[in-house]
Design a protein around this ligand. Structure first.
Ligand SMILES: [Zn+2]
Length: 465
């Protein structure tokens, strides 16, 4: 078996690994690299291998940093089937065309500028049509089902508990009659997350590729988020304000909605209008509704308890379908909750809502996830007295509350707990999907557990097993 680490090493973005075993080329993940504009474009546009030589593509989950370059891969001649879970397939059906539209509009904007300078136009990385075409290649398979994708090469997906449909991937093959098992953790979830199950205990394997996003950190309890939400809701009801929650369209939005529904059902919060203002979040929420096979026991019990015509309370939501409805919210009566993309408030409709809400001390901005440096979300989270939105300055007078318990990723202790039981059987481990410091920290933790050979590969590195 030969593994080539093409992306998602030394960083959390652009996951891509090539696994060669038993004369079969498997592309594990085909994520979009996200960084500085030109570097990202070049890296995403050019693959470091012959796309026509790929025999199978295997995808762990729908997040764009794992799936987002599939349309480009297929457009560049890859005809291999793309294996993933059913729920991931359906999430991709919304997310990849959406990503194509973003690529097209990004380029349209850049080309306007180029035209003014007399420069020739550039092509988008891929288009919505490319994404729709790539979807035709996706083959959905269930969890815990071993599928032979080439002679003596099997793959099995196990629930990774990260987002709906997320999976860890076991690749089993025979090389000259000798069995070889490689386990890829995918993105591992945090136990106790809403809706999705806890990660499956680590299946036995010979080799391991493990993510390390939070390899050096531990999360506060998930419950913090719940109390924070309840506190924020009581606050805005008393003061006739509104809560703005910037959230990623996939995962976080549905989790917050589920938590609100659960708290309302248990009588912990009064009824309050919830607006979801993100067309992608709307479609994705529908996919969540259609995949009860991915729910944890708690979610199933809640479903049985509430009327069956309103699964997960998703129909209680008020969806904002167009820009006019979105603008109308500015003058709609309080209290209310608006959940809107993007999660770091860098783009999308949430910026309009923030612009109208942050100057009023009766309102709350609820931050539910990590905010990258230099984003509007980070500036608000750090309570800068004045923030810039659409080139204008606004005093930040709204209350800012931060719920960090919401991470969809396992933390350091979760990762070590998951990997612990298999430490002695393992022959080699590769720590991926993490910045250098958390990756090294996790590698050390694994060594302390008894893992013998633990490496933190660099981009382009090739290992023969
Ligand atoms: Zn992910």
């Amino acid at each position: 078996m030969i593994i080539t680490f093409l992306g998602g090493v030394g960083t959390v973005t652009g996951s891509m690994y090539l696994v060669h075993t038993n004369r079969t080329n498997i592309l594990l993940e085909c994520g979009l690299f996200q960084g500085k504009r030109q570097e990202s474009y070049d890296r995403n546009k050019h693959f470091d291998f012959d796309t026509r030589q790929i025999d199978a593509v295997v995808l762990s989950h729908a997040h764009i940093d794992h799936s987002g370059n599939l349309p480009n891969l297929v457009a560049q001649g890859c005809t291999a089937p793309i294996y993933t879970t059913h729920a991931t397939r359906d999430l991709c059906a919304s997310m990849l065309p959406d990503s194509g539209r973003i690529q097209e509009s990004d380029v349209a904007y850049a080309n306007k500028k180029r035209a003014r300078k007399g420069e020739p136009p550039v092509a988008p990385l891929y288009t919505e049509d490319d994404a729709l075409y790539a979807l035709q290649r996706i083959v959905g398979i269930g969890y815990n089902h071993s599928l032979e994708i080439a002679r003596d090469v099997h793959i099995t997906f196990f629930d990774a508990g990260h987002i709906l449909g997320s999976a860890m991937v076991l690749i089993e093959s025979k090389e000259r009659g000798r069995p070889v098992r490689l386990l890829f953790s995918g993105d591992l979830g945090q136990p106790g997350l809403s809706i999705v199950r806890d990660p499956t205990p680590m299946p036995p394997s010979d080799y391991l590729m493990i993510e390390s996003t939070y390899g050096d950190r531990e999360h506060p309890e998930v419950n913090d988020g719940r109390e924070l939400l309840a506190g924020a809701i009581n606050h805005v009801i008393k003061r006739d304000g509104r809560i703005i929650i910037p959230a990623f369209a996939v995962g976080r939005t549905q989790e917050i909605v589920y938590t609100l529904h659960e708290m309302h059902y248990k009588g912990q919060i009064p009824d309050i209008p919830i607006y979801v203002d993100s067309p992608l979040a709307m479609n994705v929420t529908e996919v969540f509704r259609q995949h009860p096979e991915c729910y944890d026991r708690e979610t199933r019990l809640l479903l049985e308890a509430v009327e069956s015509s309103d699964p997960l309370g998703f129909r209680r939501l008020k969806y904002v379908r167009n820009v006019e409805e979105s603008k109308a919210l500015n003058t709609a009566p309080n209290p209310m909750i608006i959940i809107s993309a993007s999660g770091m408030a860098e783009a999308g409709r949430v910026q309009h809502h923030l612009k109208h809400a942050i100057t009023n001390p009766n309102n709350i901005v609820l931050i539910t996830g990590w905010q990258a440096p230099n984003t509007l979300g980070r500036r608000i989270a750090e309570r800068e007295p004045v923030v810039r939105i659409f080139g204008e300055e606004f005093p930040l007078r709204a209350d800012v509350r931060i719920a960090y318990g919401y991470s969809a990723h396992a933390d350091r202790q979760n990762l070590l707990d998951w990997a612990g039981p298999q430490s002695t059987a393992n022959q080699a481990t590769f720590v991926v999907h993490g910045d250098p410091q958390p990756a090294q920290a996790l590698a050390n933790g694994l060594r302390e557990l008894g893992y013998r050979r633990v490496e933190v590969p660099t981009r382009g590195e090739v290992v023969k097993l």
